[in-house]
Ligand binder design. Sequence first.
Ligand SMILES: Cc1cc2nc3c(=O)[nH]c(=O)nc-3n(C[C@H](O)[C@H](O)[C@H](O)COP(=O)(O)OP(=O)(O)OC[C@H]3O[C@@H](n4cnc5c(N)ncnc54)[C@H](O)[C@@H]3O)c2cc1C
Ligand SMILES: *[C@@H]1O[C@H](CO)[C@@H](O)[C@H](O)[C@H]1NC(C)=O
Ligand SMILES: *[C@@H]1O[C@H](CO)[C@@H](O)[C@H](O)[C@H]1NC(C)=O
Ligand SMILES: *[C@@H]1O[C@H](CO)[C@@H](O)[C@H](O)[C@H]1NC(C)=O
Length: 209
Amino acid sequence: MKIRSGGHDYEGVSYVSDVPFFILICSTFVQSMSVLKMRLHGFKLEQLLVKFLQNCRENLSTVGVGGHFSGGGYGNMMRKYGLSVDNIIDAQIIDVNGRILDRASMGEDLFWAITGGGGSSFGVVLAYKIKLVRVPSTVTVFRVTRTYEQNLTNIVYSYQQVADKLPEEIFVRMTLGVVNSSVRTGEKTNIATFLTLFLGDSEKLLPHE
Ligand SMILES: Cc1cc2nc3c(=O)[nH]c(=O)nc-3n(C[C@H](O)[C@H](O)[C@H](O)COP(=O)(O)OP(=O)(O)OC[C@H]3O[C@@H](n4cnc5c(N)ncnc54)[C@H](O)[C@@H]3O)c2cc1C
Ligand SMILES: *[C@@H]1O[C@H](CO)[C@@H](O)[C@H](O)[C@H]1NC(C)=O
Ligand SMILES: *[C@@H]1O[C@H](CO)[C@@H](O)[C@H](O)[C@H]1NC(C)=O
Ligand SMILES: *[C@@H]1O[C@H](CO)[C@@H](O)[C@H](O)[C@H]1NC(C)=O
């Protein structure tokens, strides 16, 4: 039996096998969702989330929480709020004997395993209870690229000196790649991409320049 949520598995574990198999498609599980005591600027956060999840169901190419949460889940707010799994309070799993267990009845070892160790070796996760975090109504995002000809070496070096010392509200993710050079025709060059999320408006971000 293969367990598939969003189907985004890079290795294809959720949908490839050398022997005959069937797939349990968990994306259809996204049917119920409850938010306790949460109100945001007068409208119900619950309605917003349910609408979002309905969209996710329609777009089956979307990363699913089944794999994302059970595998750990990093994101652009992780410096401030940790990994996705750091915000999971409880879970429900059905084990090989058909028992439905929560965190208390499965025990901390199994709970640990399905919040970072990958879910499918252990059972089918039916539900996660998560802690939501507060995000300011205005955030700042930007994406800057620099090639070798644009001082990439020094900039990457500087990034490595400051990235972990910036306030936790600032997340700067750097990826390195290779692109065609715009200066030397027919040649390639290195490129660094800096993708940034700041939990606040640009006025608050600029002093950190
Ligand atoms: C375009 C893209 C962008 C990505 N970006 C990020 C990112 O920013 N941060 C990050 O952390 N990861 C990222 N990932 C990785 C992604 O989080 C993992 O591949 C994740 O495992 C996908 O989950 P899924 O439910 O979509 O995949 P699936 O293929 O459905 O499942 C992945 C694994 O989890 C198991 N599984 C799924 N549902 C359950 C369940 N209910 N119970 C038990 N086991 C289950 C499957 O059997 C399989 O082993 C990205 C992946 C892609 C393709
Ligand atoms: C799902 O896809 C539709 C149409 O392609 C799009 O309008 C919508 O924003 C998508 N929803 C999500 C959550 O990605
Ligand atoms: C390249 O980067 C270094 C370090 O950030 C800086 O001192 C130098 O002025 C930069 N040079 C150019 C040409 O931008
Ligand atoms: C890069 O250059 C090669 C030829 O040198 C060309 O085939 C390719 O399409 C170019 N890629 C991009 C993204 O422009």
